[in-house]
Write a protein that binds this ligand. Sequence first.
Ligand SMILES: [Zn+2]
Length: 205
Amino acid sequence: MKITEMFLTPNKYSRPGIKLDRVTKIAVHYVGNPKSTAKNNRDYFENLKNTHERYVSAHFIIGLEGEIIQCIPTDEWSYCTNQANGYSISIECCHPDNTGKFHKATEDSLAELCTYLCRKFGLSADDIIRHYDVTGKHCPLWYVSHPEDFMALKDKVRSALSVSSEAPKQKMYYVQVGAFGSKDNAEKFLQSVKKDYPEAFIKVI
Ligand SMILES: [Zn+2]
């Protein structure tokens, strides 16, 4: 995963410099501006120091090709998730059209970035939230209209987190005593060997 740091100039509209001293959630958003790139959105945030249009920003923006731009260090506030700004890291995602559905490359980077942030802050996949979960705003639109896809994202992060990032994988040697095409038969056999080998278990390959 490659993160390109393009930090915003400190300014009260998009990078207020307020210390973020606890992170308990990762908030996912969609930019709401079809076809705009990560760089476009980053530049919009940057220009707020001149336009004074509104108070808005995000820690990270993921582009249509899956590229990741970081706009704000993770120990500072972003203006993205309303009342959750004081305890969350925000991620904006670009999308090609009005449905808000993300490209696969964008979604893959989102899963990777969420995994990285969960590890960094000691969080679990259940700490990944939608803007919608905080304010009821339909953001990110696709994950509000397709909650099953949001669940799938969290499942992907959950399984990535379950793989240890430390120490190179150690080889394990399993002793196999049977193989079955049917789960019921496997269960039956497991019960019969359990009395001699209480630690026996079923592994699906
Ligand atoms: Zn949002």
